[in-house]
Ligand binder design. Structure first.
Ligand SMILES: Cc1ncc(COP(=O)(O)O)c(C=O)c1O
Length: 382
């Protein structure tokens, strides 16, 4: 019997690293200043804010003046998409995205459709990839923005940003990516990948929740989305969350070590190889261009919810889709987009690792999972 829980739901959120906690600690009750104040406490806060901005800018090859802090991935995606839409109405009203985006991108686009914008939702192939030709064919003279997720939160597919970004650049269309899942796990370089806007957040990389950033290329025409006291050069008002931002930057510094990626890759591959030995199992997404910490399977003749329940009893935390739609029993739209039937989509299980995942934990999962599947199949009405 294991006493420690095995947390394999790092795609939903991660444990805050002790070093991040330590870096944040003094910002609550000692260095608690408001970065807009002109006294000593204010100056201290402002310096910490600008140091954090430099760290995050450097991690994606940006200038620090191009980083705008926000409350997280949802806000950054809303800001990027709505901000570009309203600032560029004069040029056109057409936006391109995909069918496999996070809900905060899809619902921002749905809302824009009600405001008179037109949105094209690109299909993906059986592994979750956007075809560059499809993108090129969809661009028209009214197109103002292309928004394509970098690493998919459900199936881990890593899109070829460089190729897609080149098409956007040649057609003079802004290119945005949601990099919440991929940040620090695979290459993200704004110039190489022709990116104009990038969404980042902290809680997927062992930083605190409620903090993120939007990279906005210098010279981009964008409307601010949150109005108020003029913080973040008047593009994102609201007193800056200094403790959170310091924690975010510390998390980035630690996560940039490539050894973590190697370790997660090794364990994820071991997990995938082991689980695929169970009969009637398929891997959702690609074997190759895949986030180092993501494994997503479909098991025939069983419900993912039931597998998750049994795993939970064994102390293993998993998920059946993205956490934001966990309450929704509809089959996952991402799995449907890659061609799965309702039954296959409902029989899915997502296991997402972190740098704290150990080989012993993976071995334990591989030991208990076959028995759970066997038991469920025995009782399955399917
Ligand atoms: C791909 C992706 N985009 C956006 C978000 C939303 O980020 P946040 O929780 O910081 O608002 C998430 C988190 O679930 C995500 O996985």
């Amino acid at each position: 019997m294991l006493f420690k829980k095995i947390y394999l739901d790092n795609g939903a959120t991660t444990q805050v690293d002790e070093r991040v906690l330590e870096a944040m600690n003094s910002y609550f009750n000692k260095k608690f200043g408001n970065a807009s104040s002109t006294h000593d406490f204010g100056r201290d806060a402002k310096n910490s804010l600008e140091d954090a901005r430099k760290i995050i800018a450097k991690s994606i090859g940006a200038k620090s003046g191009e980083i705008y802090f926000t409350s997280g991935g949802t806000e950054s995606n809303n800001f990027a998409i709505k901000g570009i839409a309203f600032a560029n109405k004069g040029k056109g009203n057409h936006i391109i995205t995909t069918k496999v985006e996070h809900k905060c991108v899809l619902n921002s686009c749905k809302w824009l459709e009600k405001q008179g914008f037109e949105v094209s939702y690109l299909d993906v192939d059986g592994e979750g990839f956007v075809d560059a030709n499809d993108l090129e064919n969809e661009i028209r003279k009214e197109t103002i923005l292309v928004s394509i997720i970098h690493g998919n939160n459900e199936i881990g597919a890593i899109q070829k940003l460089e190729e897609l970004g080149k098409i956007c650049r040649e057609n003079k269309v802004y290119f945005h990516t949601d990099a919440c899942q991929s940040y620090t796990k695979t290459g993200l370089e704004v110039n190489k990948q022709n990116l104009d806007l990038v969404t980042l957040n902290s809680h997927k990389i062992h930083g605190p929740k409620g903090v993120g950033a939007l990279y906005i290329r210098e010279g981009t025409k964008i409307e601010p989305w949150q109005h108020g006291g003029g913080q973040e050069k008047d593009f994102r008002s609201g007193t800056e969350n200094i403790s959170g931002i310091v924690g975010f930057a510390e998390a980035v510094k630690i996560a940039m070590d490539e050894k973590h990626v190697e370790q997660m890759n090794f364990l994820t591959k071991k997990l995938i190889k082991g689980v695929l030995k169970i009969q009637g199992t398929r891997l959702n997404g690609s074997m190759k261009e895949r986030l180092c910490n993501n494994a997503n399977f479909s098991f025939s003749k069983v419900e993912g919810e039931a597998i998750g329940g049994y795993l939970d009893q064994k102390g293993i935390c998993s998920s059946t889709g993205s956490a934001c739609s966990e309450m929704n029993l509809e089959p996952s739209y991402v799995l449907k987009a890659i061609g799965l039937s309702d039954e296959q989509a409902n029989g899915s299980l997502r296991l997402t690792l972190s740098r704290f995942t150990t080989e012993k934990e993976i071995d334990y999962v591989l030991k208990v999972l076959p028995g759970i599947i066997k038991k469920l199949r025995r009782f399955s009405p399917l």
